[in-house]
Ligand binder design. Structure first.
Ligand code: NAD
Length: 366
């Protein structure tokens, strides 16, 4: 019964439970909102300990996608899917094709992409059964790896936060500590190194730290010490929930701006904790929208990397708008980002139009 209450509270439009035990498929597709367009969000394969845990995750993640697309100014709604299973052992062609048939049954209401535990090949297997897949390889007319675009967007958000905090000067001479030197973190290090930024970083993977040090001159610090680095900007690019009552008091930076999803352990309290320490927080779903902007470009016609990067530059202005609202309304930047997204959805839904969603559907895989 609690699940129905959660659904009601979060306002999902549709939730589809997908079951084909013959091929081992146990999945949930959640369409949170199609107010601005079709609900786009990746599919995650994870060994959830219970159905309720999987449901809770997909409801939360799909709602997050609605806010990310809305704040980025995209004509997309929010959705997400989860497949319950071990991504190392339970994958099969039949499982992904069966899942693809479920996606297809929604007729374009939900469009899938990669997420944790899912790779390009899995998306291409899903593509056998439905055209409603993005993030496939360039060979299949897709946009390929989104990480460089996500990192480029994160750089725009960092520049906005730096301008807000330090004034108009370029980033050269500033210092940034990057937590997580994986796909996005390493690209971010390369962009920041080009700007003449002093870099610190950490990763649990010694290969990642070695590459970052060698290629981009990143000074590697022990994993736990990353919160104590005396720097201008802390850029979380690994895990979620790392900003909390234990870590925030340790920070020695003026800005937190990185690509990781769900950085605040408690959105309200930790947003306020950062603000009361006078640390400017660049809300995660605004700064890390580059990957979504990238796949959006796959949907709206022939994919073009330059156009995707040009659109990703708007993250700078979106971020500035969030900072202004936070100042004007005396709220944390996390709350201000929610307001930007909610305001846009309210205005567009008042128009009573879904034309853009339809146009995407027409263009997609023509
Ligand atoms: P990734 O798996 O390639 O990189 C994450 C890195 O973090 C790995 O190298 C891992 O070893 C490291 N790591 C894990 N735990 C750590 C810890 N405790 N301390 C330090 N490092 C640790 O993932 P990614 O694609 O680079 O994504 C990074 C973050 O950005 C994730 O939160 C992801 O959800 C978010 N994000 C990514 C994209 C994208 O386009 N890839 C888009 C939006 C948001």
């Amino acid at each position: 019964m609690q699940m129905f209450e959660e659904l009601e509270q979060m306002g999902h439009e549709r939730v589809l439970i997908c079951s084909n035990l013959e091929v081992g498929l146990k999945a949930i597709i959640a369409v949170h909102s199609t107010t601005l367009g079709p609900a786009l969000g990746g599919v995650r394969m994870w060994n959830y300990s219970s159905f309720d845990e999987a449901m809770h995750d997909v409801l939360r993640l799909s709602r997050g996608m609605t806010y990310k697309a809305a704040a980025a100014g995209l004509n997309l709604g929010g959705g997400k899917a989860v497949i319950i299973g071990d991504s190392k052992k339970d994958k099969s062609e039949a499982l992904f094709r069966s899942f693809g048939q479920y996606i297809d049954s929604l007729g374009g209401l939900y469009i899938t992409a990669e997420d944790v535990g899912i790779d390009v090949e899995d998306c291409e297997t899903i593509l056998t059964e439905t055209p409603w897949v993005t993030g496939v390889s360039e060979a299949h007319g897709g946009s390929g790896d989104p990480s460089p675009v996500t990192a480029f967007g994160t750089l725009q958000g960092i520049k906005a936060a730096a301008t807000r905090t330090f004034g108009d000067a370029p980033l050269a001479g500033r210092s940034v500590a990057i937590q997580g030197l994986g796909s996005v973190g390493l690209w971010l290090a390369s962009y920041l190194a080009e700007e003449g930024v002093k870099l610190f970083g950490c990763d649990i993977d010694p290969e990642a730290t070695a590459e970052a040090a060698e290629k981009h001159g990143v000074e590697i610090v022990p994993i736990e010490d990353i919160y104590d680095v005396d720097c201008d900007i802390f850029a979380p690019c690994a895990l979620g929930a790392i900003l909390n009552e234990r870590t925030i008091p340790r920070l020695k930076c003026s800005i937190v701006a990185g690509a990781a999803n769900n950085q605040l352990d408690d959105e309200e309290l930790d947003g306020q904790r950062l603000a009361s320490r006078n640390i400017l927080y660049a809300p995660d779903f605004v700064i890390n929208a580059g990957g979504l902007i990238n796949v959006y470009n796959e949907l709206t016609g022939h994919y073009n990397r330059d156009r995707a990067l040009r659109m990703t530059r708007t993250i700078y202005l979106n971020m500035m708008r969030v900072f202004e609202i936070a100042d004007e309304e005396g709220v944390s930047t996390a709350v201000a980002a929610d307001r930007v997204a909610e305001e846009r959805m309210a205005k567009i839904s008042a128009l009573g139009t879904r034309q853009w969603g339809r146009q995407i559907a027409r263009n997609h895989r023509k």
